[in-house]
Design a protein around this ligand. Structure first.
Ligand code: APR
Ligand code: PHB
Length: 394
């Protein structure tokens, strides 16, 4: 039977960064990941790092490629009522954001874990966790076509919204809060040079659109759509026409077209599980919370969780001191709810609401007008966008 100190389920940003931070503190982990290395390294997700997240990757020694290839941004644009309005993040907050794809962060973390002789088992599918009430939890998984087990002191459930970790907790021990939205995002990855230095968040009567980028050659775009929409029902021509319509405001800025490399539907939900701990199981990242993608917070929340969790686990292994682990959930949830609130606010402000009456529509317009007209309203957006303060224990 295989044994480790912390069994980490999931090789997304949460699991990989946790394993890396624990290794730096001399704690042994094994990461079990259901998918192949190639799959997780090429899975296209969001791509905005808060100021803190970029700083945390740098401080952990995994920020070199991000600093070479990522794109630092000092502003974002809001497009509505036929005009673009710049939110000057750096002027309003003194901080910048980094545009760098989540899969690039994942690649960098995997490379570093393997270079440090860290153990990641790809195509290791966890089917169940037992003994969470004991001091020796057991994880059952299949790997190389065989049923295997891993024993550990703690389980880190970093296995996303659909993972097995949360589901292994006895009924009634974790409360969940959820909201769904009557829309989704159709994501488009295109081989087209970005024509804007900034991300553009557009509110249009046909629906929200987002202009983002992955590199000087690749544009990432999103269109608000129905949750059940079939991406293949959209021809490339129809997609570009709709993107032009929603993003361009007639001020001369136009988007570049190019071959479409990938189309996908990103569902939208809000979800929070409380508490984020059940005895020997600690949840982190999407396993514990989901925010709608409008503020680009998913990866940032995952990285924030594990920056709190790693020192808390280290304290337990060093001196059997459980105070950090006891505080983990409350410390994270306080900030998570603020980020949830911000993501919901951005979502409501920018999407066409299918059942909004005239009153709701006027309020939405007034919200946008306020952000564009007032430095303090814009600063509120900017402070949240670059990232709320994160208190990381020693
Ligand atoms: N066994 C092993 N691995 C599993 C299992 C299982 N039973 N179930 C899920 N996993 C793996 C998934 O294959 C995935 O690679 O857990 C990993 C979870 O990684 P992410 O989904 O990237 O979640 P997280 O690390 O919390 O990062 C959150 O990802 O979804 C985005 O928007 C979200 O940006 C946010 C980020
Ligand atoms: C992205 O680049 O994929 C992206 C950017 C900003 C968001 C969401 C996604 O709010």
């Amino acid at each position: 039977m295989k044994r480790t100190q912390v069994a980490v389920i999931g090789a997304g940003p949460a699991g990989l960064m946790l394993s890396h931070l624990l290794a730096a503190r001399g704690i042994d982990t094994v990461i079990l990941e259901r998918r192949s290395r190639d799959y997780v390294e090429s899975r296209i997700r969001a791509g905005v790092l808060e100021h803190h997240s970029a700083a945390a990757l740098r401080a952990a020694g995994v920020g070199a490629r991000m600093d070479r290839q990522g794109m630092e941004h000092t502003s974002i644009d809001l497009a509505f009522s036929g005009a673009h309005h710049r939110i000057e993040l750096a002027r309003l907050t003194g901080k910048k954001i980094m545009v760098y794809g989540q899969h690039e962060v994942v690649k960098d973390l995997i490379a570093q874990r393997l270079a440090d002789a860290g153990e990641i088992l790809f195509e290791a599918d966890v089917s169940g966790i037992e003994g969470l009430d004991s001091d020796r939890p057991i994880i059952r998984y299949t790997h190389d076509g065989r049923n295997q087990t891993l024993t550990c002191d703690f389980v880190a459930g970093c296995d996303g919204y659909h993972g097995v970790s949360r589901a292994s907790v006895p009924a009634g021990q974790i409360v969940t809060h959820a909201r769904s939205y009557p829309y989704a995002w159709l994501g488009v990855l295109a081989e087209a040079a970005p024509t804007s230095d900034e991300l553009v968040y557009a509110r249009h009567d046909n629906g929200f659109a987002l202009y983002s980028m992955r590199s000087p050659e690749v544009t990432r775009l999103y269109l608000q759509c129905r949750p059940d929409e079939d991406p293949d029902a959209w021809s490339d021509r129809a997609l570009w026409d709709e993107l032009h319509r929603r993003l361009e405001t007639g001020d001369g800025w136009t988007i570049n077209e190019g071959p479409i490399l990938q189309k996908n539907i990103a569902p939208m939900r809000s979800f929070v599980a409380e508490p984020m701990r059940y005895r020997r199981l600690l949840l982190a990242g999407d396993a514990a919370h989901i925010v709608p993608p409008t503020g680009a917070k998913g990866m940032n929340l995952a990285l924030a969780d594990v920056q709190v969790l790693a020192p808390a686990l280290a304290r337990w292994f060093d001196s059997a001191d459980e105070t950090g682990l006891d505080a983990y959930s409350d410390t994270c949830l306080k900030r998570i709810w603020k980020v949830q609130r911000f993501s919901v606010w951005m979502t409501r402000m920018l999407h066409a609401q299918p059942d909004a009456d005239g009153f709701e529509q006027r309020l939405q317009q007034a919200e946008l007008d306020s952000v564009a007209a007032s430095d303090s309203a814009a600063r509120h957006l900017a402070e949240n966008y670059v990232g709320l303060p994160l208190e990381v224990p020693e």
